[in-house]
Each structure stands twice: as structure tokens, then as C-alpha cells.
Design a binder for this molecule. Sequence first.
Ligand code: SF4
Ligand code: SF4
Length: 106
Amino acid sequence: MVKECKKEVIRTPRRRTLPLKKRREGFAPVEFGLKREEALREAQRCLGFRECESCEICSLLCPDLCITRDEKTGEVLIDLDYCKGCGICASVCPKGAIQMVWEEGI
Ligand code: SF4
Ligand code: SF4
């Protein structure tokens, strides 16, 4: 089941670093990790998994040239009348936005 996610902009917490003067005094790490609360909030952010980013990698590799981009909306469209179901688009999509569905009797 896909969980509905609330779309809101959440800033990535600013990384804390060791002051320059302290860096000169030794070999301590200069970047600190996240605080517990920050790490929990980062882990709960919706990464938009399975949402198309319109990168068009799929359209570059489709052997049937049936993936196009709507010039007005920017949406990537698949013309299923010409798709032969090879699955290349689904395998190259970095977002996992394309799912192949087995159709009985075809
Ligand atoms: S499954 Fe269809 S849309 Fe995807 S690459 Fe193959 S022919 Fe193109
Ligand atoms: S379906 Fe995947 S590969 Fe195709 S444009 Fe969207 S994100 Fe890129």
C-alpha cells in the first residue's frame, strides 16, 4: 500500500562543523553528524520515490520511440499503442516510476 505523503518544503538541517581555529589544533573530524532529532526528521522526509522527474532517460532508450514529453505540462507520456512491452524504460528509470504489468491473453 502506498502511503499518502504531505508535500511541504523541509530544509535540510545545516551541518555543524568544527571552527577553523580548532581544526588547526588537531586531527578531530571537522564535520559533525546530525543530532538525534534532526536525523529522525530527515529519515521521515518523503523522497518522492516512484514519482517521475521528467529526466527523459526512458525516452532516450525506448526502441519504439513511444515515450514523449508534453511540451506544455512537461509530463512524460507513453503511447501504449506503440509500446511492445520490452521493459527497458522500467529497468532504466532511476525513480522506479514505471511498473510493468503482465496482461493475460496478449
Ligand atoms: S516497454 Fe514500451 S515504452 Fe518501455 S522501452 Fe519498451 S517499448 Fe518503450
Ligand atoms: S519515467 Fe523515469 S526515466 Fe522516464 S522521465 Fe520519468 S523519471 Fe525519468
